[in-house]
Ligand binder design. Structure first.
Ligand SMILES: Nc1nc2c(c(=O)[nH]1)N[C@H]1C(S)=C(S)[C@@H](COP(=O)(O)OP(=O)(O)OC[C@H]3O[C@@H](n4cnc5c(=O)[nH]c(N)nc54)[C@H](O)[C@@H]3O)O[C@H]1N2
Ligand SMILES: Nc1nc2c(c(=O)[nH]1)N[C@H]1C(S)=C(S)[C@@H](COP(=O)(O)OP(=O)(O)OC[C@H]3O[C@@H](n4cnc5c(=O)[nH]c(N)nc54)[C@H](O)[C@@H]3O)O[C@H]1N2
Ligand SMILES: [Mo]
Length: 761
């Protein structure tokens, strides 16, 4: 057998996810990054009523008051921020930017926390210290000299608080632009764009209580053991209650197979675990819409033989609450099973059995992540999930609904408080009324558009509130050099990363407080607020001593730049920093859903933002929920050329987006390396490729230039036929910038058509 060959760093991992492996990994993370004494105190403050919100993921906590929920990757996120390592001015003096560009992403961030505001000095090719006020003044000069404010881009990464995000959008709009590229454009944009058309709101509709009443869970395209680890507690509990859990994922992900809950003394002591998925379907990458069509086609067939009592399809709900049903049904009837099977990689029999399970359940939740959204058909994928749920009225009843698993811990909140390139008229009108300036009305740039505009030389200034913009986007060969043509780059970050090293004519790095740290302003210690995946808004307050006495909070840095740039502004920028309650008053004035904002966040647990679909109110154009047929099945490139494989770029267990904590991906059996391609053994055999061989990958798209990646090592893996996997960001060299979901603008990170061949010896 090919898989028997010994490949360095590749070992079988037979244990369940969680368990003792997770405990020892946590201890290791703490040992490497933190003082042993501070660590337990810090971890115990995570997600406590008076503590800080975990920067790891956006999964909610029960009433936000549970005792610290054990979570390996939450602990990694906290320790990575609370590390004792530092990047002081002496570090920058000792390393030119050119030399730092040779470092790996892991090495850069592992240097520790940024400590001083820095400015790029071209003659020495180093970053040198600068006073905050001098930096703000210079940025103001450059911005005032821009011929058009739309030549500036304002990127946000979803870790920023509501307060930081709100004041940031106010700054950009007061300057005169709606250019808000956002990490969400690379993440859940298909949700933000697709769901409002289907059900009136671009957010999930379930709460934690719904999981307690749910009768069937369908988990599509997400890897919670790594990316939403606190969700494992919920899944574990559901599995033990006997709730069927159906998984769709091209890869066998260990945590979705079996999990040992580190909080279960029984499972820890007996080395036992709980099976999570009751059935696991290895759909082809990019094949979910096809699979969903198959399930729905089978549901229609079952309905034919049923009585009209609504036990199969909820016709009463459909008549009262939806539009577009007939056209949707006609499309399903016209779709061939053979096309569904070819595009999904799943058999008709399998899809029919899922339909039977779906029909049996009175309350179904579908959870989904990047495996659904990051495709050139991402919006259609999301809308097919909504269709499936609508068929049985799975909105606005207990135990049922849709649950997009959000990415960054406050990405949803950023959107809610105004980070959008397509602002509503109402929001702009209320900004004008509250702050006395007329914000721009025309739409601005999303992330891909912003980069295209930088490449074209049209955009001259880039601000980044967190994140690692250039590394997160596709096609570095094109994007990295373009960044260096910018006149001005301003990076507000906690850690060193590659984007900061792609210096423009003038570049600034502003170190900011992290969420774990105390934030003291004129009126005393401040709290910030965040919104989790389930629309719960609550306060978060840091407890640790800041990493350096030079750090400023994100809102303070933004306000400082605004104050120095907009000299005639009537917005009380600096007052708002003295007391964040004033920022929240502004949020309340611009977004009516935040009525009584300051009062409501003072109750532990916070409050939930309104979600009309939970009351069967549909804020769509028609006032009803909409069925959207998906007609693009045969556009899958694998129909045109049989040797094409679909590449999905993935996160390892030891990474947070572009932040690489370590080089292991324990559950997938990869240790100490990331230069691998996961392949199905039959696809390997077809190409005479063996486990451990070096291969070259090349994109196959008629309309874009060919991108390639050479000499990665093949790992034989339990991955669906027709699909290959590789790590993000290493594999971003294969993702075209302009191959995306046309509706939402999301890059097709999870389905790039590629050919794989053995590398020349
Ligand atoms: N520890 C940790 N936590 C994180 C992050 C992190 O990097 N590290 N990132 C945060 C962010 S910003 C986000 S957006 C989320 C990401 O969380 P996830 O959505 O879980 O992200 P990924 O790991 O990119 O991909 C998820 C899964 O999709 C599967 N998949 C790939 N293609 C397809 C497909 O076509 N169909 C289906 N059904 N599945 C497919 C992959 O095999 C993988 O298991 O997590 C957040 N939390
Ligand atoms: N190929 C491929 N590309 C992808 C994806 C994929 O699945 N495949 N996923 C996409 C997704 S879902 C997302 S969300 C994007 C992520 O894109 P980004 O959000 O831009 O990237 P991150 O890696 O999360 O950002 C890491 C940096 O954030 C900074 N940081 C950390 N904490 C804080 C903080 O509290 N404040 C501030 N100001 N800075 C902080 C640190 O300096 C760190 O270097 O990447 C996208 N890119
Ligand atoms: Mo994300």
């Amino acid at each position: 057998m090919a898989t028997q060959r010994d490949v360095p760093g590749i070992r079988r991992y037979d244990s369940p996810a969680g368990g003792w492996g997770a405990l020892s990994a946590t201890t290791k993370a703490i040992r490497e990054q933190m003082d042993a004494v501070v660590a337990p105190i810090t971890l115990l403050r995570t997600n406590q009523p008076d503590g800080f919100d975990c920067p790891g993921c956006a999964w909610p906590d029960k009433e936000h008051r549970s005792t610290f929920q054990f979570c390996e990757n939450g602990a990694k996120a906290v320790t990575w921020e609370a590390t004792k390592k530092r990047v002081p001015p002496e570090f920058f003096a000792a390393h030119t930017v050119e030399s730092l560009l040779q470092w790996t992403d892991y090495e850069l961030e592992n240097e520790g926390r940024l400590t001083h505001p820095m400015v790029y000095d071209r003659p020495s090719d180093t970053y040198v210290p600068i006073e905050w006020d001098a930096a703000f003044a210079r940025i103001g000069e450059i911005l005032r000299a821009l011929p058009d404010p739309n030549m500036a881009e304002f990127y946000t990464s979803g870790r920023a608080s509501n307060e930081a995000a709100f004041i940031y959008q106010l700054f950009a709009r007061a300057l005169g632009t709606n250019n808000f590229p956002d990490c969400s454009n690379m993440c859940h944009e298909a949700t933000s764009v697709g769901l409002p058309l289907s059900i009136g709101i671009g957010k999930g509709t379930v709460s934690l209580e719904d999981f307690e009443q749910c009768e069937l869970l369908i988990a599509m395209g997400h890897n919670p053991g790594t990316n939403h680890p606190r969700m494992m507690g919920t899944l574990h509990e559901m599995a033990r209650r006997g709730v069927p859990i159906i998984v769709f994922n091209p890869l066998r992900e260990r945590a979705l197979e079996r999990f040992a809950d580190p909080q279960s003394a029984m499972e820890m002591v007996t080395f036992s675990s709980t099976d999570i998925a009751t059935s696991y379907y290895q759909v082809r990458a990019g094949g979910d819409a096809a699979a969903l069509k198959g399930i729905m086609k089978a549901v229609l067939a079952l309905d034919k033989f049923a009585s009209a009592d609504g036990t199969v399809i909820d016709h009463a709900f459909i008549n009262a609450h939806t539009n577009g049903y007939d056209a949707f049904v006609a499309d399903l009837q016209a779709t061939d099973w053979s096309d569904i099977e070819a595009a999904s990689g799943l058999s008709r029999t399998a899809l029919e059995s899922i339909a039977r399970a779906y029909v049996k359940s009175n309350a179904t939740i579908v959870t989904y992540g990047m495996g659904i959204t990051q495709h050139n058909k991402g919006t259609e994928n999301v809308q097919q999930i909504a269709n499936l749920l609508l068929l049985k009225g799975n909105f606005g009843k207990p135990g049922a609904g849709i649950c997009p698993l959000r990415g960054h811990s406050n990405v949803q909140g950023n959107r809610t408080v105004g980070i959008t390139e397509k602002p509503s008229a109402g929001m702009l009108e209320r900004i004008e009324r509250t702050y006395g300036f007329v914000p721009p009305q025309h739409h601005g740039h999303d992330a891909v558009r912003a980069m295209q505009s930088i490449i074209a030389g049209d955009s001259k200034a880039l601000f980044c509130l967190g994140g690692n913009f250039a590394v997160a986007l596709p096609d570095p060969e094109q994007c990295f050099p373009a960044m260096q043509q910018l006149d001005l780059t301003v990076y507000i970050n906690t850690k060193l990363n590659r984007t900061q090293l792609l210096t423009g004519k003038e570049s600034f790095i502003f170190p900011c407080l992290g969420r774990t740290e105390t934030d003291v302003q004129a009126s005393g210690p401040q709290s910030i607020t965040v919104e989790d995946s389930m629309s719960m808004v609550h306060a978060s307050r840091g407890k640790l001593q800041p990493a350096s006495d030079q750090l400023r909070s994100e809102p303070a840095i933004v306000a400082g730049m605004a104050h120095a740039t907009l000299v005639d502004s009537m917005v009380p920028w600096l007052d708002m920093i003295g007391d964040y309650d004033l920022i929240r008053d502004g949020i309340e004035a611009v977004f009516p859903d935040f009525a009584q904002f300051n009062a409501r966040i003072r109750t532990p647990g916070g409050f939930r933002l309104p979600l009309p679909p939970t009351e069967r109110i549909w804020t769509t154009a028609s006032g009803k929920a909409e069925f959207f047929p998906f007609t693009g099945l045969r556009e899958d490139p694998r129909f045109a050329a049989k040797d094409v494989l679909m590449l999905a770029t993935l996160r390892s267990h030891d990474q947070y987006n572009t932040t690489v904590y370590g080089l292991d991906d324990r559950y997938r059996g990869v240790f100490g390396r990331r230069d691998v391609v996961f392949m199905n053994e039959e696809d390997m055999a077809d190409r005479q490729i063996e486990h451990g061989d070096l291969v070259d990958l090349e994109t196959v798209l008629p309309t874009t230039k060919t991108l390639s990646l050479a000499r990665f090592t093949v790992v034989a893996y339990k991955i669906a036929r027709g699909s290959v996997g590789a790590y993000y960001p290493e594999a971003n060299v294969l993702v075209p910038l302009d191959y995306m979901d046309k509706v939402s603008g999301t890059p097709s990170y999870k389905s790039v058509p590629v050919r794989v061949v053995r590398s020349a010896a």
